[in-house]
Design a protein around this ligand. Structure first.
Ligand code: 13P
Length: 259
C-alpha cells in the first residue's frame, strides 16, 4: 500500500519549557486521532523528544527529530546520531534551510540523509531556492542540483521512507507562501530529479511535500495539488487550535481524493 500523505510539525527552537511542549501535544491529539487519512508527525527539539514520546502513546501521532549526525557514536560533542534516534522515533528532518544557512553543505546533508535512511528512519530532506535565486529565475536549477547532491547516498530501497520537502527559503516564516502553481512546478521537478537518481518506480513512491508559511487558511491549496503528499509546517504548528484545523482539512482533502 502506498504511504499516506504527511502533515509534519517542525517546532524548530520552540517551545521553551517541557510544560508548553506537553500542552501543545495535548492540544492536537484529538484532531489527529479522529482521522486516518494523513500521517501526523511532530518534530520537537531534541530535549523534549522523550517526554513527548510518552504523551504520544496510543495517539497515532508519529515523532521525529529536526536533525541528526551521520556517525552512529563516538567523539562528536553535542551530536545526536540517526542510529540513536532510530530507537526512539520514526522520523528525522535533514538539510533544513535554517541549518544550510548555518553552513551545512549538500555533502553534509547527503551524509545525514544516508545515515538516516540506513537507520530506517522516515527522512524528510529539505530543498528550496532563496530569494536571490528565485528572482534570478534559478529556482528550477537550484532545487534540481540540491536533490541530486543531497540524495547521493539514497537508493530505490529507501523510497518508502524518503520525503522531499520543497521549502523556498523566501517563504519560510515570512507569511509569503509560494504561489501553488510555482510550488507544483517545483515539486514536479523535485520528483523528476529523485526519479533520475533512484529509478521510475521508486521515484513514484517518494513523497513530495510543500513548506513555507503554510497555515489553516492556505493548507488546502497545497494538499489539493496533484502529487502533493502533504506539508511541512513551522509557525502554525505551534498553535494547537490552528494545527488541529489543518489536520482536519488536510484529512478532508485526501479522503475526498480517494473516493
Ligand atoms: P513556517 O511554516 O513558519 O514558514 O516554516 C516552514 C518551515 O521551515 C518548516 O520546516
Amino acid at each position: 500500500m502506498a504511504n499516506k500523505p504527511v502533515l509534519a510539525a517542525n517546532w524548530k527552537l520552540n517551545p521553551t519549557t517541557a510544560g508548553e511542549a506537553a500542552a501543545l501535544v495535548q492540544g492536537i491529539v484529538e484532531a489527529a486521532r479522529n482521522q486516518d487519512r494523513v500521517t501526523v508527525a511532530i518534530f520537537p527539539p531534541f530535549l523534549w523528544i522523550l517526554g513527548v514520546l510518552e504523551l504520544l502513546e496510543g495517539t497515532g501521532i508519529e515523532l521525529g527529530a529536526q536533525d541528526c549526525f551521520w556517525e552512529p557514536s563516538g567523539p562528536y560533542t553535542g551530536e545526536v546520531s540517526a542510529a540513536m534516534l532510530a530507537g526512539v522515533c520514526q522520523w528525522v528532518i535533514v538539510g533544513h534551510s535554517e541549518r544550510r544557512a548555518m553552513g551545512e553543505t549538500d555533502e553534509v546533508v547527503a551524509r545525514k540523509a544516508g545515515a538516516a535512511l540506513a537507520a530506517k528512519l522516515s527522512t524528510i530532506v529539505c530543498v528550496g531556492e532563496n530569494q536571490e535565486q528565485h528572482d534570478a529565475g534559478q529556482a528550477a536549477q537550484v532545487v534540481t542540483a540540491q536533490v541530486g547532491a543531497s540524495l547521493a547516498q539514497a537508493s530505490a530501497d529507501d523510497s518508502e521512507r524518503l520525503v522531499l520537502a520543497y521549502e523556498p527559503v523566501w517563504a519560510i516564516g515570512t507569511g509569503k507562501n509560494a504561489d501553488p502553481e510555482h510550488a507544483y512546478k517545483q515539486m514536479r521537478l523535485i520528483r523528476d530529479a529523485a526519479t533520475k537518481l533512484i529509478g521510475p518506480k521508486a521515484g513514484q513512491n517518494v513523497r513530495v511535500v510543500y513548506g513555507g508559511s503554510v497555515n489553516a487558511a492556505n493548507v488546502e491549496q497545497y494538499v489539493e495539488l496533484p502529487q502533493c503528499d502533504g506539508c511541512l509546517v513551522g509557525g502554525a504548528s505551534l498553535k494547537a487550535d490552528e494545527f488541529s484545523t489543518m489536520i482536519r482539512s488536510t484529512a478532508g482533502v485526501y479522503s475526498a481524493a480517494v473516493q
